[in-house]
Write a protein of this length. Structure first.
Length: 147
């Protein structure tokens, strides 16, 4: 991809038919997440058609956390990019077969979602996206409240 990228984890999720990849990264500068997402969608491995970048406070293996990041850290106009008319996985039946070709040649749209906080160079803006947790969350003993 590019030098200096803090790539912490990569997950292809079977629950999404292996057509979704989640990158756990720590972007140092603006635009770095999108650069990593483009690389994830540009390889010879055609399965992924959706790539999502999340921060280091999100478990890339837990789709609930990934969805939380997408719903709280994504401004759709700015952070979702579609790439139309690209070669996609042969079993992606929503994408049409290229005319005159067999079913292994499909053209569709890939998309990427930058669900990361602002880059580490933007400290104050980044701090606004810290996860809010209830006071004493890590010290709650449910036995004190439940019979």
């Amino acid at each position: 991809v590019e030098g200096g990228l803090d790539l912490l984890d990569v997950r292809c999720h079977p629950s999404a038919g292996m057509m979704m990849v989640v990158l756990k990264i720590r972007p140092r500068v603006e635009g770095q997440a999108k650069t990593a997402l483009m690389a994830a969608l540009s390889g010879a491995y055609l399965h992924p058609k959706l790539a999502v970048a999340v921060d280091d406070d999100i478990d890339a293996n837990d789709l609930r956390q990934v969805m939380w990041s997408m719903t709280t850290r994504v401004h759709a106009e700015r952070d979702i990019v579609t790439i139309p008319n690209t070669r996609v996985f042969a079993l992606d039946n929503i994408s049409p077969v290229v005319p005159g070709q067999n079913s292994f040649h499909r053209i569709g749209t890939k998309w990427m979602i930058d669900a990361t906080k602002p880059a580490v160079t933007q400290g104050e803006a980044r701090d606004q996206f810290e996860r809010a947790m209830p006071r004493n969350f890590d010290h709650v003993d449910l036995d004190e409240f439940l019979p």
